[in-house]
Unconditional design. Sequence first.
Length: 287
Amino acid sequence: MKNTKNTLLSSANYFKEELKKFYDKSELDQLLYITFLHYFNLNRIDLVLKADNQLSELDFNKVINVVTQLKKSKPLAYILGEVEFFGLELKIDENTLIPRPETEELVQLIINENEGREQLSILDIGTGSGCIALALKANLLDSTIYAWDISDKALEKARENAIMNSLQITIEKVDILKKPIVSKKVDVIVSNPPYICYDEKKLMEINVLNYEPHLALFVKNNNPLEFYNAIADFALNHLKESGKLYFEINEKYAKEVQSMLIEKAFKNVNLVKDLNGKERIVKCHLK
């Protein structure tokens, strides 16, 4: 016997009613649409045109589960276990950061400045889910991409995402702070390293603080540029003569990162603002 209560419309209304105290209307609508698209392959128009269609008890329980976890501030991307990034579907979990829009801007910048270059070699340091490395490979098809991380579980997810998207990149466990010595030199090094000081925890949203991997988020209070320094030193010896270095940065330390790179004799050290007008990217040349 069909359950007459759980139509698409009633399920959507349940979702909104239960969560209206936790999210504003625009964010709540977005969460609803992403959830129903993920589980039921229904877009916004479908939810209107098929409002009277019924959900099975199993499907309605999926909605209940999402609502329950959202009330605990768990990010929807972790609940669903995947996210869209630069046109790719990526599996993620609490061992990998959720890719941000500014990271897509970083990827777009690299593509814009390097497309058309033949046999480009790129190293992504701190790859996490592999989002940067895989997006670059998907758009710079002739490139060779290396992806490094220190976390075994993050590397597992990056490998899964490479296979799922049929993209060939070289994934390796490397600790950049241990000054790795490798023979190869590359055209581009890119990194979105940990850049939030521990004393900034009190300013962070609970959904980030309680669920995203601290290994990929935080850096020592007394050394906020630790990873930037280490990667810049590595780049000095492992970029090709015409090589480029790109960082996603904490806007709070934008000028400090820029000054550090200038002191190390990098050329054309420029800060790039994101779509919100914040200095979130720095780029430079080896020579």
